[in-house]
Design a protein around this ligand. Structure first.
Ligand SMILES: Cc1ncc(COP(=O)(O)O)c(C=O)c1O
Length: 407
């Protein structure tokens, strides 16, 4: 075991439903496809402040972990929202407004530019979008609503921190606290949307509402597409460790690499908090499986007990393995990244942002896990630092310094 990280128990299981030869078929293409990515890139790259986020390399940590190369896609600055999430929620708001305005005008096509330039402001300002969130998705939907000029009501569950609540309000949204879990708040947002004729922008689905969660996933795929362009092409990626809540982010990453590289795609390994391991349980059973009880996690964005059925279409046949980790691992990794270990860059990373890397660290120091995953000195691994200091107070408390002092 490394002197850097103590031995902390974790669970790893191979996904029995994956085959190397599995083709990217129609069911996967219904979620992730070339046209969807092209539309998402066109829309998102036109938003003010768009820039591809940096792809960092961590050679010192790679050496410590006994792998060849380690890449870290740094999302802590995306559109100033400090997570990758605007790619999904705000994009889905724009697509929803395009569809609705077209219906109201009886016109076939309303463009993304029409919505961004506020051409139909009189219609849009009368529309309300709503979503449930454990923090980042709601911030993204609220930011999108403000950018495009519609009303926004966001449902948060009982554990969302006051700082994350304020960050959503800062974008002009009304925030309502719901006394249950994330999954309960999701249901409440659906119900109220139906009663009030609002537009629900979920980042998950049980299969009934498809458009918005599919748009969310296609927006996330922009992050994968950027990474594919940024990675060196002389040595292909072998593994991605992907943190999963409802699974939208992981599905977009796994799906986009699968679409691009076919059978030579990297192995995707899902990482979840052990008490909210709905993916681990679902892959074990071979069917979507709900986790009951207290699913609260320090990794707040991953505290989900129900998977998204859209993500299931990609991750059931596409995921190589799943890992569950303990909450206590995440602060260790946050502090490690903030320290700028040896010559590695210092990195600001929040609780859910580090979990993919935390899964890699756990597996790397355990020989049977290395063998199961095929991790070697030649492995080239990508993780997504999916959030920065989305809760500044929490970040300061965990790392011992304000995020502005890092890097
Ligand atoms: C920072 C961060 N990373 C990862 C995730 C997981 O995304 P998903 O719920 O699509 O699996 C979330 C979800 O809220 C998040 O906030």
């Amino acid at each position: 075991m490394s002197h850097l990280f103590p031995k902390i128990p974790f669970q790893l299981a191979k996904n029995r439903w994956v085959t190397v030869e599995a083709e990217f078929g129609d069911r996967q293409r219904a979620v992730i496809n070339k046209e969807g990515l092209a539309e998402a890139r066109k829309c998102i790259s036109a938003w003010p402040g768009y820039a591809a986020t940096p792809l960092l390399e961590l050679p010192a940590l790679a050496r410590e972990l006994g792998i060849g190369r380690l890449f870290y896609k740094q999302e802590s600055e995306r559109f100033g929202l400090r997570s990758f999430k605007p790619l999904g929620g705000a994009y889905a708001v724009q697509q929803c407004l395009m569809r609705e305005v077209a219906i109201r005008l009886d016109r076939k096509i309303v463009t993304s530019d029409d919505i961004l330039s506020r051409k139909y402001d009189t219609i849009v300002s009368d529309l309300t979008v709503t979503a449930a969130t454990d923090g980042n998705h709601g911030r993204s939907v609220a930011w999108g609503a403000q950018l495009f000029g519609c009303r926004c009501v966001i449902y948060i569950n009982k554990t969302v921190t006051p700082e994350r609540e304020k960050a959503i309000e800062a974008y002009g949204a009304e925030v309502r606290r719901y006394p249950g879990s994330y999954d309960d708040a999701v249901r409440e947002a659906f119900d109220i949307a139906k009663r009030e004729n609002w537009f629900v922008i979920p980042d998950t689905t049980d299969g009934n509402v498809i458009d918005a969660p599919r748009d969310v996933t296609q927006g996330y795929a922009v992050m994968a597409a950027e990474a594919i362009e940024q990675l060196p092409d002389n040595k292909p990626l072998t593994h991605m460790f992907l943190q999963a809540g409802v699974g939208g982010m992981a599905a977009a990453m796994c799906g986009q690499f699968w679409l691009e590289f076919g059978a030579s795609k990297p192995r995707s390994i899902l990482v979840e908090p052990e008490q909210a391991a709905c993916w681990f349980a679902s892959l074990e059973k071979g069917e979507p499986t709900v986790i009951d009880g207290d699913i609260d996690s320090f990794m707040a964005g991953l505290a989900c007990g129900e998977i998204s059925s859209l993500a299931w279409e990609i991750l059931k046949p596409g995921t190589f393995a799943a890992i569950t980790i303990k909450d206590e691992v995440a602060p260790l990794v946050m502090r490690h990244l903030a320290s700028g270990f040896n010559d590695d860059p210092a990195i600001v990373a929040g609780e859910s942002g580090v979990s993919g890397l935390a899964g890699l660290i756990m597996a790397s120091f355990d020989e049977p896990s290395r063998q199961m995953l095929g991790l070697t000195q030649n492995s080239v691994v990508l993780v997504f630092g999916s959030e920065g200091a989305t809760d500044e107070t929490m970040y300061h408390h965990i790392v011992g310094r304000p995020w502005q002092e890092i890097a």
